[in-house]
Design a protein around this ligand. Structure first.
Ligand SMILES: Nc1ncnc2c1ncn2[C@@H]1O[C@H](COP(=O)(O)OP(=O)(O)OP(=O)(O)O)[C@@H](O)[C@H]1O
Ligand SMILES: [Mg+2]
Length: 371
C-alpha cells in the first residue's frame, strides 16, 4: 500500500505490483542465495519488458526505468550476484542513486537501508552505536545496540546503500575494507570472539560523484573490494526526451497536475541539453563547452519547473521564454562565465535551426534576450 501523504515513496512501494509480478513469474529460476529475484528478473525490473508479466490474477506491464547502457546494468547486477561490492561512479545527475535504489528494491525488497555519506559521517553512522541506558542496565546485549545500515545489512542479509561515499572521511570509508573481505564485523564489547557474521544476501552498493570530489582519494585497498561501473550521461536526443517526458509526467501527477507532456518542447529541451553537453550539433555549428554539468536530472527539472509555471501563471502550455529562463538558472548556478557561452549557442546552433525549421525553434531563438 503506497502512503499517499509522503513526498517520495520508496521504490519498493512505488513498484510493488511490478515486483510482485516479477517474483511470481520468476518461480523456479536460479537466483543467488538471499536474493528475492533472479538476476534476469532484476534486469527486467530496471530495463522493462516488451510483454506484460502474468500473475495469478492479472498481467502487469514492467516499465523501463533506466535508459542508457543496458549492458552496464547487467554487469552491475552480476557484480552483486558474484558477492562483490558495486561502486557506481559518474557525473552528477546520471541516475546513480536511482539505479542503486532500483537494484536494492529488486534484490532484497528494501532500498532504504542507506548511509548518506557526508564530511560528518562517523563510524557510528556506518556500524552501530549503543543505547547507554540499556547498556548500563543489561550490559552489551544485542538489544542495547542501535544498528546502523551496515550492521542492519549484515544482520538481515540485505543490501546496504552507501551514497556519496567519497564525501566521507577516509577512515570512515576504510571501515568497509575488512567488512567487505571477511563479511564479518568485530564487536569488541562482545568479548574477544564477538563478531557479527553477514547473512547471505548482504552486499554494498556505493555511489560516488566524479565532479565534486574524485574517487582518486579512496584507498586502493577499498577500491579493490568494489567493481566500478561508470554511469555515463545520455548522449542521444530521443533517449533524453523519453526520460524528460516520463519523469516529468510522474512528477506533475504527484503534484495533482494531469497535463499531457508537450513532446515538441521536450524534444527541443533534450536537443539543447545533449548539444551543450557534447559540444556537437547535427548542423556541425560550433558549440561552446560549458563548465557546468548539463545533467539529465537538470533537464528534467527545467521542464518540470517550466510546466509548473505554465500551470500556475499561464494557460498550461510551456513557452520557450520560460524554458530559456529556467535553463538560465541551471547554467548560471555554477559559473557566470557560462552565460556568454549560452548566448553564443543561441546565436549559432539555435539560430541556424530557427532559420531552417522555424516554429518552436524560432520561438526559442526569440527568447535569447532573457540571457
Ligand atoms: N539514464 C537515465 N534514465 C532514467 N532517468 C534518468 C537517467 N539519467 C538521469 N535520470 C533522471 O535523473 C534523476 C536524478 O538521478 P540521480 O539522483 O539518481 O542521479 P545521481 O547520478 O545520483 O546524481 P548525484 O551524483 O548528483 O547524486 C533520476 O531520478 C531520473 O529522473
Ligand atoms: Mg546520487
Amino acid at each position: 500500500m503506497i502512503k499517499t501523504d509522503i513526498q517520495r515513496p520508496l521504490a519498493e512501494e512505488v513498484y510493488s505490483e511490478e515486483l510482485y509480478a516479477l517474483e511470481y513469474a520468476d518461480k523456479g529460476n536460479r537466483r543467488p542465495e538471499g536474493w528475492r529475484l533472479s538476476p534476469r528478473a532484476v534486469r527486467n525490473f530496471i530495463l522493462g519488458t516488451d510483454k506484460p508479466v502474468k500473475t495469478d490474477c492479472k498481467e502487469v506491464h514492467i516499465k523501463q526505468k533506466y535508459f542508457g547502457n543496458n549492458s552496464m546494468i547487467e554487469r552491475a547486477i552480476v557484480t552483486l550476484a558474484g558477492n562483490r561490492g558495486l561502486m557506481l561512479v559518474g557525473e552528477p545527475g546520471t541516475a546513480k542513486t536511482m539505479i542503486s535504489e532500483l537494484i536494492s528494491a529488486a534484490v532484497c525488497g528494501c532500498s532504504s537501508n542507506t548511509v548518506q555519506g557526508t564530511a560528518g559521517t562517523t563510524e557510528d553512522n556506518v556500524k552501530y552505536s549503543w543505547n547507554y541506558a540499556m547498556l548500563l542496565a543489561k550490559g552489551p546485549v544485542r538489544e542495547a545496540i542501535i544498528p546502523a545500515p551496515v550492521f542492519i545489512g549484515m544482520e538481515k542479509g540485505i543490501i546496504t546503500r552507501f551514497e556519496e561515499i567519497t564525501r566521507c572521511p577516509l577512515e570512515v570509508q576504510d571501515i568497509l575494507i575488512s567488512i567487505m573481505s571477511d563479511k564479518v564485523m568485530n564487536i569488541p564489547e562482545w568479548g574477544s570472539e564477538g563478531m557479527l557474521f553477514a547473512a547471505k544476501g548482504f552486499n554494498i552498493i556505493a555511489t560516488a560523484n566524479t565532479r565534486d570530489k574524485g574517487v582518486n582519494e579512496m584507498s586502493s585497498a577499498l577500491k579493490r573490494r568494489f567493481n566500478f561501473e561508470t554511469v555515463e550521461p545520455v548522449k542521444n536526443v530521443s533517449l533524453e526526451k523519453t526520460i524528460i517526458a516520463q519523469q516529468c509526467s510522474e512528477l506533475l501527477k504527484s503534484c495533482g497536475i494531469d497535463n499531457e507532456i508537450d513532446m515538441t518542447a521536450a524534444e527541443v529541451l533534450a536537443s539543447v541539453f545533449v548539444e551543450l553537453r557534447s559540444g556537437i550539433s547535427p548542423e556541425k555549428a560550433s558549440i561552446p563547452k560549458l563548465s557546468c554539468v548539463m545533467s539529465t536530472a537538470e533537464a528534467v527539472s527545467v521542464y518540470y519547473q517550466s510546466a509548473l509555471e505554465a500551470e500556475y501563471y499561464g494557460n498550461g502550455k510551456i513557452t520557450m521564454k520560460k524554458l530559456t529562463e529556467n535553463l538560465l538558472g541551471a547554467v548560471a548556478k555554477e559559473n557566470k562565465d557560462d552565460l556568454p557561452k549560452l548566448r553564443e549557442y543561441y546565436g549559432g546552433a539555435v539560430k541556424l535551426r530557427a532559420e531552417k525549421l522555424g516554429g518552436i525553434w524560432q520561438e526559442l531563438y526569440d527568447s535569447r534576450s532573457q540571457i
